[in-house]
Design a protein around this ligand. Structure first.
Ligand SMILES: [Zn+2]
Length: 143
């Protein structure tokens, strides 16, 4: 069967423009943007990426989904939105939280003891328990 009823199913293809194929004022190629909107691999200029991202955002796509379609990260999309859909400085990344120092009774501390050539029965037992959990459940985290 190679036909389908008219109006059957949702219309899924997204269009950047139904009248023009390009915008020479802003240097936008609507055909390339349309490909990107529909998840097809295409190389876009930065201005086209932002235009496509804005269209997808107005349709309720998540930043991650937008980034996947236009070829950038979710934080870049967020930066464009924060900048009024204009290119701008990259958003400042969140400062990384430092991991807390391990304490006795954690597998991490066991490895540190090993590295320093120390012996600690508490950490050794904790590491063995974590190993056991990992073999049984596939995760080292306590249930
Ligand atoms: Zn210890």
């Amino acid at each position: 069967m190679n036909g389908s009823r008219v109006g059957h199913g949702a219309r899924e293809r997204l269009y950047a423009s139904t009248t023009d194929t390009f915008d020479s004022d802003n240097d936008l190629d609507y055909i390339a943007i349309e490909y990107a909107l529909n998840g097809e691999r295409v190389k876009l200029t930065p201005a086209e990426k932002i235009h496509a991202a804005q269209i997808l955002a107005n349709r309720g796509f998540s930043d991650k989904a937008i980034g996947d379609r236009v070829g950038c990260s979710a934080s870049t999309v967020d930066g464009w939105r924060a900048n009024g859909w204009k290119p701008g400085p990259a958003p400042t990344p969140q400062p990384r939280q430092k991991r807390p120092e391990p304490v006795c009774g954690e597998p991490r501390m066991y490895r540190r003891h090993l590295k320093n050539g120390e012996k600690c029965d508490v950490c050794r037992a904790a590491n063995a328990a974590a190993d056991r959990r990992y073999r049984l459940t596939g995760s080292q985290r306590p249930a």
